[in-house]
Design a protein around this ligand. Sequence first.
Ligand code: ZN
Length: 315
Amino acid sequence: MLTRRQAGLGTAAIGLLPGLAAAQTAPAAPTGTGFHRFKVGSFTVTVVNDGFARRGIEGLVLNAPPDAVRAVLAESFLPTDHYIGPYNVTFVDTGRQLVMIDAGTGGQLTPTAGRLGANMAAAGLDPARVGLIIITHCHQDHIHGLTTAEGAAVFPNAEVAVCETEHAWWADASNETRSPQGQRVNFANVARRFAPYQGRIRRYAPEAEIAPGFRAIAAHGHSPGHTVVQVADGNDQMLMLADITHRPELFARRPDYVSLFDFDGAAAAASRRRILDRAAADRVRVTGYHFPFPSNGFITREGEGFRFIPADWNA
Ligand SMILES: [Zn+2]
């Protein structure tokens, strides 16, 4: 049911991605393997691809001209006539529990995404075995996958953990006029996606231990309570960077770029620099929701910003 695609959703339903609908093309048949596995201590991490969204370059970065954006993309050998935003969900099997960080698009956001269920099956990850879903923030592409289009819970045995700051913002309709126009869709969507999980929603404090081995790191700005998750076991650790950057080839290299997805551009840029600086200084492994699959690598300082370096991998 995760792979169900809802055709005919208007641009309002994908309000975070203005310009997307016009740029959509039919999804190509998936090729290759949509999951990737590695270890953090004794934990088994599996990054599972959910597909991608395609949009134009115009309007993507609010504080730089499109030609400057195109030049940065070209430096990383990315297309300059359109922008691809990948979706990758990070799973962590601790041996005690299967933990999932964010929930994918549920096949209800754009026709080019919605492969999470099929790729989970390929990876041997059963939705019924997910015991905890850590939500980094409540933008549509991160929580749509909590429910089917009909509103049923996709993960029947999961507790859902969300930052109290994040949840409080979107749960209070009086904040609507203080939110960017493109993000107002989140108020109704948060209520809808969390509804079937009532009674098993936990609100964690901004720097709390969410579960053994999982710590929240406040990184507010991209959304009111946007959170990075530190995953640690023994002497090994990893940072799930969530949306601290959208594609790192653009927003890590130019950390002061404000994307149209950022709730508070100045705060998002400050969090971006602080977290990327920490990842680079600690030489710690990272994954990111919109990083290029398999979204497994490291951050290094370079020039005026940072660069994502994919990890070595051997079968
Ligand atoms: Zn996102």
